[in-house]
Design a protein around this ligand. Structure first.
Ligand code: ASP
Length: 572
């Protein structure tokens, strides 16, 4: 390979193939930097033998035969791993030509749409080569670990009945049954549970999942999960498998694995301390409670709020900073943002005059800090301060960029209030089992039931979720009832699951690791598009193919559907 030749190879005859990275034409001699994914080597071509050398342009595909020759000491290039040698070519062939490129491969800050429109060029850059090859290495290590642990790779259908993972489904019309639709699997959830009933006691799959959600740094319409399920296990058994996969991936890419076991955090505790179930634990900035201190406050906003909490940011913010932070707090549901700035010992704050000596003493931070308050119901306070904490972590660069903070969040509530109706909905999905001892309160006191659900977090990203599942039909039906689902609806939607749970379902649990998120973090990339070969952009379009595209009426008719939307302009 081009990048592999070294001084001891001098004298060898070689045949190399690759891309012309650069060409310097000196008339009587032409120097070509030939590149493949292992690196670059310099070719020296005599155009009197190989006149095609004059035609070569960047990114032409070449084949060269010749001899490896040691370079004279003054000609050694210390910046190239092959810099001690060059190849004196006696046969040069142009295998393929290239038009001038829309961007240069060594150009920085190329617009991402342009990179994706010409992804095959972008893939030739060191960044994408590294990301895709590193992903392969990590995925191979994961597969090996799963195999070593006795997991069986079982393929499950993509076209199925909706799987309730809390997102919208992508639908697939069916020509043979007009008016009926498959949903693309949001996850293999029910199939993997059915594998357990089917005596495949350790299932795994690197599964593609589809969810119709807004695209973000950590979300695409379609993404991959390391999806697994195990029978006869408890929570710790599942967590152990994931910790092994993470460690194996780190080792495979030549990095020190994070220490195991990862910290296990209680949901209620992380929500109180960090205002989020996926806190970035590479920095402190914990939420403090001021409810007691402010109970009898002269400041009505504090006295009347069910909960008052605060963060002490390590910076004496200016008014302009605080106005910006207030806007952020409002986006998270705050009405305003009360603060105390300790500017070298002097307190700057419009609310200071309402606060007692004791309140000020308890709440103002050290000089050079700002105390930021949220006063509202518990959930709003967590959202606002959690949002501010994440923002400040980024803005003030509080995280130690070398640290790797993995943790498990455990013991989530099983149910939460439905946003629109007054009823209950699931926190994870409806198949999560309650903690042993909580099952009898499923219907009598849903709010108090803790689920056996766990999330894996890494540096503030949720890498995935899982749970110990319900394996009894009567308990599954009780959960459906709490969610407002009558007998008929249960049978229509989940009859097959209830039947399976009645025919010898073992206790079981599992997990799904968002593979693209994991790989992006492993590669040190800020978003998952950088580890996906052909991703879509925020508008939901694929800049490379131009999909999605409108379909002719005749095609739609055959599928038994009609589009009521005027096709929108193609999105960039
Ligand atoms: N099906 C869940 C998900 O995709 C993961 C699990 O519970 O195993 O998020």
């Amino acid at each position: 390979m081009c990048g592999e030749l070294r001084a001891p190879d001098a004298g060898r005859r070689v045949t190399l193939a690759g891309w012309a990275n650069a060409r310097r034409d000196h008339g009587g001699l032409v120097f070509i930097d030939l590149r493949d994914h292992t690196g670059i080597v310099q070719l020296v071509v005599r155009p009197e033998h190989d006149p095609v050398a004059h035609d070569v342009r960047n990114e032409f595909v070449l084949q060269a035969e010749g001899e490896v020759v040691a370079r004279a000491t003054e000609a050694v290039n210390p910046n190239l791993s092959t810099g001690e040698v060059e190849v004196h070519v006696d046969t040069l062939r142009i295998l393929s030509r290239s038009t001038p490129l829309p961007f240069q491969l060594d150009e920085e800050n190329v617009d991402e749409n342009l990179r994706l429109r010409y992804r095959w060029l972008d893939m030739r850059t060191p960044r994408m080569q590294r990301n895709l090859r590193l992903s392969h290495t990590a995925v191979t290590a994961i597969r090996r670990t799963m195999d070593d642990l006795g997991f069986v790779d079982v393929w499950t259908p993509s076209m199925t009945k909706g799987t309730p993972e809390g997102a919208r489904d992508f639908l697939v019309p069916v020509r043979l049954q007009p008016g009926r639709f498959f949903a693309l699997a949001q996850s293999p959830q029910l199939f993997k549970q059915l594998c357990m009933v089917g005596e495949i006691d350790r299932y795994y799959q690197i599964a593609t999942c589809w969810r119709d959600e807004d695209l973000r740094a950590d979300r695409q319409f379609e993404f991959r999960q390391l999806d697994l399920e195990m029978a006869f296990v408890e929570r710790e058994d599942v967590l152990d498998v994931l910790e092994r996969c993470v460690a194996a991936s780190f080792e495979a890419v030549g990095r020190e694995p994070p220490p195991v076991p990862f910290p296990r955090l209680q949901y209620a505790d992380v929500m109180r301390r960090y205002g989020s179930d996926k806190p970035d634990l590479r920095f402190g900035l914990e939420i403090e409670d001021a409810t007691e201190v402010t109970r009898a406050s002269q400041f009505g906003v504090f006295a009347n709020a069910p909960v008052v909490r605060y963060l002490v940011a390590p910076r004496a913010f200016s008014r302009a900073d605080l106005a910006r932070l207030e806007e952020i707090a409002k986006e998270w549901g705050a009405k305003g943002l009360a603060y105390l700035v300790n500017d070298g010992g002097e307190i700057r704050s419009p609310i200071a005059k309402f606060l007692s000596e004791q309140e000020l003493a308890a709440l103002a931070g050290e000089p050079g800090t700002t105390t930021l308050f949220a006063a509202a119901d518990e959930a709003t306070v967590a959202r606002v301060l959690g949002g501010l904490r994440t923002h400040l972590g980024r803005e003030l660069e509080l995280a130690d960029s070398d640290a790797q903070a993995f943790a498990w969040t455990l013991d989530f509530p099983l149910f939460e209030r439905h946003e629109e109706s007054e009823g209950w909905t699931f926190v994870h999905h409806p198949f999560t089992a309650p903690l042993p001892g909580d099952e009898h309160r499923i219907e009598s006191d849903p709010a108090s039931v803790v689920g056996q659900h766990y999330d894996l977090i890494w540096n503030g990203w949720e890498l995935g979720s899982g749970s110990i599942r319900i394996h009894r039909a009567d308990m599954q039906q009780a959960v459906f009832r709490v969610m407002g689902m009558g007998e008929e609806e249960q049978r229509a939607k989940f009859g097959f699951l209830l039947d399976a749970l009645e025919m010898g379902a073992p206790p079981h649990g599992g997990f799904a690791l968002g593979l693209d998120r994991f790989l992006a973090q492993l590669a040190g990339e800020p978003d998952i598009r950088q580890v996906i070969a052909f991703p879509k952009v925020a508008s939901g379009s694929d800049p490379l193919t131009g999909a999605p595209t409108p379909m002719p009426d005749s095609v739609l008719r055959e599928l038994g559907i009609a589009s009521v939307a005027e096709p929108s302009e193609p999105q960039p």
